[in-house]
Design a binder for this molecule. Structure first.
Ligand SMILES: Nc1ncnc2c1ncn2[C@@H]1O[C@H](COP(=O)(O)OP(=O)(O)OP(=O)(O)O)[C@@H](O)[C@H]1O
Length: 304
């Protein structure tokens, strides 16, 4: 579990992170979203003790990072896959990290197996492709078998196989009961990976909610109905207070209503249906609505 309370970071007159309070829970993948400069990396750096907060606290399992005796065994992070010394092999890096962190040497082979690096682990880190560097960075993060893992943009620059691999890895880490906190700009990927979303805008928390709820709340999530009596059904639905639009000879789209209610109203009216389904908004669409409304909200608050 990661717990942030009033976490803030000021650079000059700019608040990079502004009173962030939230909990990132175990057993789930939490996606960390926000436009460039929203404060995601700064937040992750403060959690890892790499930046000192201006105010507030960041705790991992109830303890600040700098008070954890063997940090790698509590939290593993991939912030920058190219940060390793380029002249050393991945294997040598892992052995050195294990030694200085009280981790059994046998764990090195285990994590190399997990990330599927194979013989490439013997190459100089600087000679690895981006995908291989990413795997090595993830091996470093997993070395201490930590209960919390944090990844900053882990799929940046990866090919589709690499992206899929990272997605499955995050899912299995969460299924093992770990806390998985991952930042990304790729909405389509987050929709496939995350259980929960945290969204930042200009350093502030805009949203902290389950992915399914975010999608369901979007105005673009709708109930699609196909019936030979579309005009009749539209009248019935409107009478029942449902916002509905006729989009074809036999098709209606209703918004802001549960699929069950549409089915019940049709049944009560004795109208035959040929299709009744939910059309979900994409995370991309839901995210755009959300950030647009938070921009308006911010402007109103500022009296603009
Ligand atoms: N060392 C620093 N000195 C001054 N300003 C900084 C520093 N680090 C970050 N900032 C500023 O803090 C704000 C938040 O940056 P941060 O990198 O945390 O955002 P981000 O959400 O991770 O962005 P991105 O998606 O582009 O990685 C930005 O305005 C950035 O310019």
């Amino acid at each position: 579990m990661i717990s942030l309370k009033g976490l803030s970071k000021r650079y000059g007159d700019r608040m990079a992170v502004d009173e962030l309070t939230l909990e990132v829970r175990p057993g789930a993948v939490t996606g960390f979203l926000g436009p460039n400069g929203a404060g995601k990396s700064t937040t992750m750096r403060m959690i890892l003790g790499l930046d000192r907060p201006t105010a507030g606290t960041a705790l991992i399992g109830g303890v600040p990072y700098h008070r954890i005796r063997y940090p790698l065994q509590k939290v593993g992070a991939l912030l920058d896959a190219r940060a390793l010394h380029p002249g050393r092999s991945g294997h040598a890096h892992l052995v050195a990290m294990a030694r200085s962190n009280g981790i059994a040497r046998g764990r090195v082979a285990e994590v190399l197996e997990t990330v599927g690096l194979g013989e490439a682990a013997r190459k100089r880190a600087g000679a690895l492709s981006l995908g291989m560097s990413q795997r090595l960075g993830i091996a470093c993060a997993l070395l201490g078998d930590p209960e919390v893992v944090m990844f900053d943009e882990p799929v940046n620059g990866l090919d589709p196989d690499g992206v899929r691999w990272v997605r499955h890895l995050m899912r299995s880490l969460a299924d093992e009961g770990r806390t998985v906190f991952v930042s990304s700009h790729l909405m389509s990927e987050m929709q496939l990976t995350a259980d929960h979303l945290v969204v930042l805008g200009k350093g502030r928390l805009i949203l902290d909610a389950p992915l399914a709820e975010v999608i369901a709340r979007s105005s673009l999530t709708a109930v699609v109905v196909r019936t030979p009596h579309a005009a009749d059904l539209a009248v019935r639905l409107k009478a029942g207070g449902v916002a509905v639009e006729r989009v074809g000879e036999n098709e209606l789209v209703a918004t802001g209503v549960a699929i069950e209610r549409v089915g019940d109203l049709a049944h009560e009216a004795g109208i035959r249906l040929h299709e009744l389904r939910t059309r979900e908004a994409s995370l991309e669409q839901a995210y755009q609505e959300l950030t647009a409304s938070s921009v308006e909200y911010g402007a109103q608050k500022a009296g603009v």
